[in-house]
Design a protein around this ligand. Structure first.
Ligand code: IMP
Length: 189
C-alpha cells in the first residue's frame, strides 16, 4: 500500500456559496426522469455513468425513471487530482463490461466543461452502434468550451465557477454536499 499523506482542507471555508439548492436539484431530476420515462418505446435503456463525479446524480436519476432501465459505469479522467485546472487530455481508465448494441444509451455526466470528456466518450460509444445515444448532464458551463459539444439534456447552465457538491469534488473532497456550491479558490483560508 502507498503511504500517502493528504492534507484535509478547511472544509467549510472553501464553500463560498450555494448556487443550486437540494430542492432545485430534486425538482429538476424528477422532471427529467419523467421525460425519459414518457419516451420509453419498449426497448432497453442503459444509463452509463461517468465516474466519479456523476455517481450521485446517477443514483437519483435512476430512481426518477419509472420504466425498465439498466446501469453501466465508465471512468474518465480529465483533471489532475487536487486541482481546479483542466489537464486537457482524457483517459478512459475503466470501460463498460457489456455490449451496448441493443440499448438506448443515455450517458449520465456531472458537468460539461471543456467538452473533451464527452466528445471522447460519445465517439467511443457511437462506434459500438447503440440503438440511440444521448447525453444527459447535470451541469453545463458553456463559456468554458474548448471543443464543440452540446448535451441533449442539461439540467442547469452555470457561469464559469468551479463548483463542488452533489458528487463533484475538489481534490476528492466535497462530493458529499447535498447541493452545488461555488468553491472558494482564495488562498489562506
Ligand atoms: P471536460 O472534459 O473539461 O468537459 O470536463 C469534464 C470533467 O471535469 C467533469 O466530469 C468533472 O469531473 C470535471 N469538472 C469540470 N468542471 C468542474 C467543476 O467546476 N467542479 C468539479 N469538477 C469539474
Amino acid at each position: 500500500m502507498n503511504n500517502v499523506t493528504k492534507t484535509i482542507p478547511e472544509f467549510n471555508s472553501k464553500i463560498k456559496r450555494v448556487i443550486i439548492t437540494e430542492d432545485e436539484i430534486k425538482a429538476a431530476v424528477a422532471k427529467v426522469g419523467k421525460e425519459i420515462s414518457d419516451g420509453y418505446d419498449g426497448r432497453p435503456i442503459l444509463l452509463v455513468s461517468i465516474l466519479k463525479g456523476a455517481f450521485v446524480f446517477m443514483a437519483d436519476i435512476l430512481r426518477a425513471i419509472t420504466v425498465p432501465c439498466e446501469v453501466g459505469f465508465m471512468c474518465a479522467k480529465s483533471y489532475y487530482s487536487n486541482s481546479t485546472v483542466s489537464a486537457g487530455a482524457v483517459k478512459i481508465t475503466m470501460d463498460l463490461d457489456q455490449d451496448i448494441s441493443n440499448y438506448h444509451v443515455i450517458i449520465v455526466e456531472d458537468i460539461v466543461d471543456t467538452g473533451r470528456t464527452l466528445r471522447d466518450v460519445v465517439n467511443l460509444l457511437k462506434a459500438r452502434n447503440p440503438l440511440s445515444l444521448r447525453v444527459l448532464t447535470l451541469l453545463d458551463k458553456p463559456s468554458r468550451r474548448k471543443v464543440e459539444f452540446t448535451a441533449d439534456i442539461s439540467l442547469f447552465t452555470i457561469p464559469d465557477y468551479f463548483v463542488i457538491g452533489y458528487g463533484l469534488d475538489c481534490g476528492e473532497f466535497y462530493r458529499n454536499l447535498p447541493y452545488i456550491a461555488e468553491y472558494n479558490e482564495e488562498k489562506g483560508e
